[in-house]
Design a protein around this ligand. Structure first.
Ligand code: T6T
Length: 315
């Protein structure tokens, strides 16, 4: 409706009292499209984005796919485009497959900001806000190496190939682990962002490598599932586990000693900064192309001091 009115170039008052610009977009409306619905990392991102949007006088809506998959995210994006928001904050679920759909939104005059994940094509988004994921993978390798006394076989459980963030974490880990001559990498296995698949990977790996010393799980689903796999195999504490993210379940696992370290990100900060950059772009102010947000390794010993990094299930 707003788009149809604006197509004739009329200045109209859109929902929430905002004014459509000549490009036909609602310059006061932003939409956040996370990687998947109902997941603590993205819920925390949404909370940060919402707070910042209200502070700056923008209306923010969230539309999320039910699956972490480009095939599921594309129709969500297409639906959002039809309403012509001024800006879209998106976490692309695939670094290549999401390029065309996102470019179409850009070509429709919508300001594109990448939050967390990014496209390989850096010409589409105006700004990308994320953790330094490669460094996060290196940090995971150093943390795991210490936990296993610098020796033994280690496994990486990654989510989905083509996810910019987790691919960078796995790469950072594999590169850093080469500095430890007595650590052998068993390579990377993918759990498709399904915790149950991560648990099965652990079961199968332990059957083939009973001497498995450590696991790096590159995100929430892989870390939650790996913890379940170790619990099922009665290997808790014997096989050391370092996982990215800090969902409520991961924090429980850390407290229980199922997981030895978590690399927590700042999803709320990513969301808030995403809104800042979208607002800057819409207001004709300078936009920063790449912004890095905080990341911290948390162990049982310092978990209370770092509780501000724990992710939320609701705002
Ligand atoms: O680890 C986060 C996010 O950074 C990554 O891009 C995808 O997985 C998460 O959302 C956690 O599930």
């Amino acid at each position: 409706m707003i788009g149809a009115m604006a197509a004739v170039g009329t200045l109209v008052v859109g929902c929430g009292g905002s004014v459509n610009n000549s490009g036909g977009t609602d310059a006061k409306k932003l939409v956040l499209i996370p990687g998947v619905a109902d997941e603590p990392f993205y819920i925390s991102m949404q909370c940060g984005a919402q707070d910042e949007a209200s502070k700056l006088g923008y209306k923010l809506e969230t539309q999320a796919p039910t699956k972490f998959d480009a095939g599921a995210q594309t129709p969500v994006l297409t639906g959002v485009m039809a309403n012509k928001p001024g800006g879209i904050l998106i976490a692309p679920t695939h670094a290549q497959a999401m390029a065309n759909p996102i470019k179409q939104a850009k070509d429709a005059g919508i300001k594109i900001i990448e939050v967390d994940t990014a496209l390989d094509d850096t010409s589409i988004a105006l700004s990308s806000i994320a953790s330094d994921n490669k460094k996060g993978g290196e940090l995971a390798a150093q943390t795991l190496a210490k936990l296993i006394g610098d020796k033994g076989p280690v496994l990486v459980i990654n989510t989905k190939a083509g996810t910019s963030t987790t691919d960078a974490r796995a790469q950072g880990f594999e590169d850093a682990v080469k500095a430890y001559p007595s650590i052998t990498s068993l390579g990377v296995q993918y759990n498709n962002n399904e915790a149950a698949q991560a648990a099965s990977i652990v079961t199968a790996t332990l059957a083939a490598h009973p001497d498995l010393a450590g696991i790096f799980a590159t995100n929430l689903s892989s870390a939650e599932g790996a913890a379940t796999g170790l619990r099922n195999a009665n290997k808790l504490g014997q096989v050391k586990l370092v996982g990215f993210d800090a969902s409520p379940k991961q924090v429980e696992d850390l407290k229980a000693g199922t997981v030895q370290a978590l690399i927590a990100q700042d999803p709320a900060g990513i969301g808030a900064k995403g809104v800042d950059e979208a607002a800057a772009a819409l207001e004709g102010k300078p936009v920063t192309r790449n912004i890095q947000t905080d990341m911290v390794a948390i162990t049982q010993a310092d978990m209370d001091a770092n509780s501000k990094y724990f992710y939320k299930r609701k705002c």
